[in-house]
Design a protein around this ligand. Structure first.
Ligand code: COA
Ligand code: ZN
Length: 308
């Protein structure tokens, strides 16, 4: 059974801006998030509360969270790797904390200086910190479909990490294809297996389009029961500690695809494209998104002169 309604979470302000060559000024970040807030997106991953040495581009996380105008109905999410990040996030009154760990220890150590086991220990402490607050706690499993250092990541390992996270009290899980190594059959199988085991689970798919399989993987997940998708405006994105990483599946391309299929996303595509049009000036280069260049498939051209 495929759903007629899905939700889209834009991660460009976090996954996108973290890897840009230049620091995007705080006021531009706020302008971008404020524009996204008026498009009908369910969630916006606004920033991360990470070490400013690890992710200098997002060193202004507090200022961003305090500067944005929060629109009712939009969930404001931040990425958090450790206890300090969780405390900073709670102090800003975020709606959702997105914990991050890696399914492969090589990427975990490169990105977070933690193995999966060490991350899980830290998360136990974090859930102690968030207890009693209203914040929703999600966990993102990086390299769930393959690791740029180790290659294959067994399903068994990802399923067992999900099980451990849920036992700790994590409320939602995101399966991340950090460097675009997943293929549609693999995505279908892991999503189906995860939802078979935990049918009630708010499961999100987070894919990168590094090898051109982003939308195909999105479709495969939707065909297997997934209704929540991370995507980045303009197709920005990438983890600075995953060699070869490139952009997320593009939000406006994903919304366009589902709209053409008659699947509701709640997102106003025109407004989303208008927000994407802000990006080149903000980041200093063109974006990989396609609909922004081609227009929607409703676009029509005049017949060539000789045929009129
Ligand atoms: N926010 C701000 N500062 C933090 C922090 C946080 N969440 N966590 C640690 N720090 C600071 C510490 O205060 C310390 O500062 P000091 O040098 O001024 O004393 C310094 O960072 C080192 O702290 P430590 O706990 O030893 O962290 P680490 O150096 O082992 O780094 C992480 C671990 C997780 C903090 C770091 O690797 C990180 O932020 N990674 C995020 C990577 C990321 O976001 N990748 C892309 C998304 S997948
Ligand atoms: Zn990502």
């Amino acid at each position: 059974m495929t759903a007629n309604r899905i939700t889209v979470h834009d991660v460009a302000p976090r996954d996108g801006l973290q890897i840009e060559a230049r620091f995007v000024p705080t006021e531009d970040k706020i302008r971008l998030i404020d524009a996204l807030s008026r498009t009908g997106l369910a969630k916006i991953e606004a920033t991360s509360f990470t070490s400013p040495k690890a992710i200098p581009n997002l060193r202004d996380a507090e200022e961003v969270m305090r500067g944005i105008e929060r629109v009712a109905g939009v969930g404001y999410v931040v990425l958090v790797p450790n206890e300090k990040g969780a405390e900073r996030a709670l102090a800003c009154g975020v709606d959702e904390i997105n914990l991050v760990l890696s399914a492969s220890d090589s990427h975990g150590l490169a990105n977070l200086r933690m193995t999966a086991e060490q991350s899980l220990e830290r998360f136990t402490n974090i859930l102690g910190i968030t207890k009693g607050s209203e914040v929703f706690v999600n966990a993102s499993i990086s390299t769930a479909f393959g690791c740029p250092f180790e290659g294959n990541v067994p399903f068994k390992r990802v399923l067992s990490i999900t099980e451990r996270l849920l036992a700790l009290g994590v409320q939602g899980i995101t399966l991340c294809d950090t460097t675009g190594m997943a293929n549609p059959r693999q995505v279908a199988d892991l999503c189906r297996e995860t939802l078979n085991r935990w049918p009630w689970l708010p499961l999100t798919l987070h894919v990168h389009d590094t090898r051109g399989m982003g939308l195909a993987n999105t479709l495969a997940a939707w065909q297997n029961g997934v209704t929540r998708f991370d995507a980045a405006l303009g197709g920005l994105g990438g983890c600075p500690y995953a060699p070869g990483a490139s952009g997320n599946v593009c939000s406006e391309d994903l919304v366009h695809m589902f709209a053409q299929m008659g699947v509701e996303t709640g997102v106003d595509l025109e407004r989303l494209v208008a927000a994407a049009e802000m990006l080149p000036a903000m980041i200093g280069h063109e974006v990989p998104g396609q609909v922004i260049k081609a227009g929607t498939s409703n676009r029509r051209y005049p017949l060539p002169a000789g045929l009129r």
